[in-house]
Design a protein around this ligand. Structure first.
Ligand code: RAT
Ligand code: ZN
Length: 444
C-alpha cells in the first residue's frame, strides 16, 4: 500500500484519463489507501486510562449486541447484569454466535474482528480470544488497531460533567495527536437541572432556571474546558421532538451560551438529531430508539446563525433527504455519517448515493461510533466496501457522458470525503496523514 497525502501528488499517470473499465479498481485502491479521520467515536486516548474499552468481553457486551441477545435469550436484563462481564460475554456468544449464524450487522462485525486477529470464528467459547487480547501490550495494540482499520485519527466524545472522565483529565500530561476531543453537551442541554449542583460544587454560580449569572458562568465553564481539552467541535444528541426556537431552558442555553461559545472558539456545533432515549429503560444503553424529527429547527439555526457552523447527522431514515436539501441551501451545514440505526449497508448505500447525487463530495460519508477500540476495524471495512462501488458508479456515469476522469481527481475526492471535508469545516491545522501499515503484517 502506498502513501497518499490527499493532495493528489502521484506520479505515473495520475493525471491521465482512466479507461472506464479501470475506474472501479482505481476507486477501490484509493478508498483503501486513504487514511480515515473518524469524526465521531466513543473511544478514549490511552492517557484517559480505564475509559478506553478494548477486548473480547467489551466487544461481545456492546449494547448493539445486547439488544439482539435479549430478543433470543430467556435472560431478564436485571439478572443478566448481575453476571460478571465475561459471563455476560459468554452468554451473548452462545446465543448469537453458536446457537445461530451471526447474520446481523452487529454480529458480523465481531466475526470481522476475530478474523482480523486470526482468532477462531466458529468456536464454542471465548478462551482463546480472551487469552489473546489479555496478553496484548495496550499501547502497541491501539496503534495496531488503527493500522488494521486504516484510521489515522479519531474524535472522542468527552463529557465535561462525567465525574469519572473529568477526574482522569486532571492527570493527562499532553494531548494525543491521534485522538481529537469533542465537548459533549447532552447533560447541559438535556439534563441541566440535575447537573446544577455538580456545577455549583465546582464553583460555578449557576441556577436551575437558567437565570442570574447562569449564562456568564456557563461561558466560563466552557472557557475552562476549551482550554483544557481543545475540542474540535461541541456536540449534542437531540430527541426527535427537538424544536428551535422555543420557550425552553434548552433553547435559552443554546442561544445564549453554546452558540456564542462555538463562535468564540471558532468550532462547529454537532447536532445529532432523532434519538428517543430510553423507550425501554430495562435495557439501559440498549434501550434507546429513533423518531423522525422536524428539521425546520435546523433550517432556522442555519439561517439565523450564519456565523455558526453545524455538523449534522440524523437518526431517522426519513429525515435523510431533507438533510441533503438543507445542506444545498446552507454552506454552514455539513452532513456527517450514517448514525446508529441507519448504519446498515442497505441504508448506508441509499443515503450515500443520495448525498453524492445532491451534494457532490461536499459531505462526510461515515463515522464509526466505535465504543470498543477493535470496532474500528469492521466499521471502516464496511464503510470502504460500501463507498467504493457507489463512488465508482458516479465516476463511470460522468465518464460515459464524455468527461474524462483521472486518478488524481479520485484521490482528492476520497481525501475530501475521508478527511478534509471535516478538517476544513473544523479549521483544523493540516493533518500529516500517512497511510498506516497494511493489514495483515505482524503487529506484535
Ligand atoms: O451508537 C451508540 O453507541 C449510541 O448509543 C449513542 O452513543 C450515540 O452514538 C450517541 O453518540 O449518542
Ligand atoms: Zn455516538
Amino acid at each position: 500500500m502506498r502513501s497518499s497525502n490527499g493532495t493528489g501528488a502521484f506520479s505515473n499517470g495520475a493525471s491521465a484519463s482512466l479507461p472506464p473499465a479501470t475506474i472501479l479498481d482505481v476507486v477501490c485502491q484509493e478508498v483503501d489507501a486513504t487514511p480515515v479521520l473518524d469524526v465521531h467515536t466513543h473511544l478514549f486516548m490511552p492517557a484517559l486510562g480505564s475509559l478506553g474499552l478494548s477486548g473480547i468481553d467489551e466487544i461481545l457486551t456492546y449494547h448493539y449486541l445486547e439488544a439482539e441477545f435479549f430478543r433470543v435469550s430467556k435472560w431478564h436484563p436485571e439478572e443478566y447484569r448481575k453476571l460478571s462481564k465475561s459471563r455476560r460475554a459468554d452468554e451473548v456468544w452462545r446465543h448469537l454466535f453458536v446457537n445461530r449464524a451471526p447474520l446481523s450487522e452487529a454480529t458480523r462485525d465481531v466475526i470481522t474482528i476475530l478474523k482480523a486477529f486470526d482468532l477462531p470464528t466458529n468456536t464454542a467459547d471465548m478462551r482463546e480470544a480472551r487469552a489473546f487480547f489479555s496478553q496484548r501490550d495496550s499501547t502497541r495494540h491501539v496503534q495496531a488497531v488503527f493500522d488494521k482499520a486504516g484510521v489515522s485519527e479519531v474524535v472522542m466524545t468527552n463529557d465535561p460533567l462525567d465525574p469519572v472522565e473529568t477526574a482522569l483529565w486532571l492527570d493527562v500530561p499532553e494531548l494525543d495527536s491521534r485522538f481529537h476531543s469533542a465537548l459533549r453537551l447532552d447533560r447541559i442541554l438535556s439534563h441541566w437541572q440535575e447537573h446544577c449542583p455538580l456545577l455549583r460544587s465546582q464553583g460555578y454560580d449557576v441556577e436551575e432556571d437558567g437565570r442570574g449569572n447562569t449564562i456568564s458562568e456557563l461561558s466560563r465553564f466552557f472557557d475552562h474546558w476549551h482550554s483544557r481539552i481543545r475540542p474540535v467541535y461541541m456536540a449534542v444528541s437531540l430527541p426527535d421532538t427537538f424544536a428551535y426556537p422555543e420557550e425552553s431552558l434548552r433553547a435559552h442555553l443554546l442561544t445564549q451560551a453554546v452558540l456564542p461559545a462555538c463562535r468564540e472558539f471558532d468550532i462547529p456545533l454537532a447536532l445529532m438529531i432523532g434519538v428517543r432515549r430510553q423507550v425501554n429503560p430495562r435495557l439501559q444503553m440498549a434501550g434507546d430508539a429513533v423518531g423522525r424529527a422536524n428539521l425546520q429547527s435546523l433550517e432556522y439555526l442555519c439561517r439565523e446563525f450564519p456565523a455558526n457552523r453545524f455538523l449534522v447527522t440524523v437518526l431517522s431514515r426519513e429525515n435523510q433527504h431533507e438533510l441533503c436539501a438543507y445542506a444545498r441551501k446552507f454552506s454552514n451545514l455539513m452532513p456527517f455519517g450514517c448514525w446508529w440505526f441507519v448504519n446498515q449497508p442497505s441504508i448506508v448505500e441509499e443515503i450515500t448515493r443520495e448525498r453524492l447525487e445532491m451534494l457532490g463530495t461536499s459531505f462526510i460519508p461515515q463515522h464509526s461510533d466505535a465504543r470498543v477500540l477493535e470496532q474500528l476495524i469492521p466499521k471502516w471495512r464496511e464503510a470502504r466496501r460500501t463507498l467504493g462501488p457507489i463512488l465508482a458508479h458516479a465516476y463511470a456515469r460522468v465518464a460515459e457522458e464524455g468527461r474524462p476522469i483521472t486518478r488524481r481527481e479520485i484521490s482528492s475526492d476520497v481525501a475530501r470525503l475521508f478527511r478534509s471535508n471535516f478538517s476544513d469545516f473544523c479549521r483544523l491545522a493540516a493533518p500529516s496523514a500517512t497511510m498506516p501499515e497494511p493489514a495483515g503484517v505482524e503487529l506484535g
